[in-house]
Design a protein around this ligand. Structure first.
Ligand code: HEC
Length: 161
């Protein structure tokens, strides 16, 4: 109940000020500068949701700090690869948005018959929106240089995996 007055006041202020101010307040609402996923702008709320989903679904292998598994470049005794870091020390930022989305949804073996990998497919576990949020969170942790390089890779992605 205590909230009713301020929220009402905001509505009155917005309708009095008109659409231009409303549109402006939308873009102040938390879109993160220079960050998009598959061409869609990303909000601070998307990143917060993605961070929680990451902790639940990815951190056990890729590390709570996105640091990957120890000695991640060396093949395991099983012949499979360990989980690489998702921070700027790994190679996640070498891949386009589309590629990261396909790998997360379908698993690393997606489209590569016979390739065995410990990376699970998240189709049926996470929705497409949730996958986008997790990847937006990962992207949000990269420094400027990695973000710029990855944005170019995404822009140049002509659709081949
Ligand atoms: C059970 C362990 C495990 C979990 C959980 C897991 N991964 Fe992975 N992931 C791996 C492994 C292992 C690889 C490397 C696979 C390979 O090269 O065969 C990998 C690779 C990847 C890659 C390719 C990275 C690159 O740099 O090429 C992406 C993207 C990825 N994972 C995203 C995710 C996301 C997002 C989640 C959570 C939603 C997640 N993974 C959860 C084990 C896991």
């Amino acid at each position: 109940m205590r909230r009713a007055a301020p929220i009402g006041a905001v509505f009155v202020a917005l309708s009095a000020a008109g659409f231009a101010v409303f549109a402006q307040s939308e873009s102040d609402e938390g879109f993160v500068d220079g960050l998009s996923f598959l061409g869609e702008p990303v909000t601070a709320a998307d990143i917060a949701a993605g961070q929680a989903l990451y902790a639940e679904n990815c951190a056990s292998c890729h590390g709570a700090e996105l640091e990957g598994q120890p000695d991640w470049r060396r093949r395991l005794d099983t012949g499979r690869m360990p989980a690489p870091p998702h921070d700027d020390t790994g190679h996640t930022w070498h891949h386009s948005d589309r590629n990261l989305f396909i790998v997360t949804k379908g698993g690393v073996g997606a489209g590569v018959p016979g390739y065995e990998s410990d990376m699970p497919a998240f189709e049926g576990v996470l929705t497409d929106d949730e996958i986008a949020d997790v990847l937006a969170y990962i992207k949000s942790t990269w420094p400027d240089r990695q973000r710029k390089v990855q944005a170019e890779v995404s822009a140049n992605d002509k659709g081949d995996l």
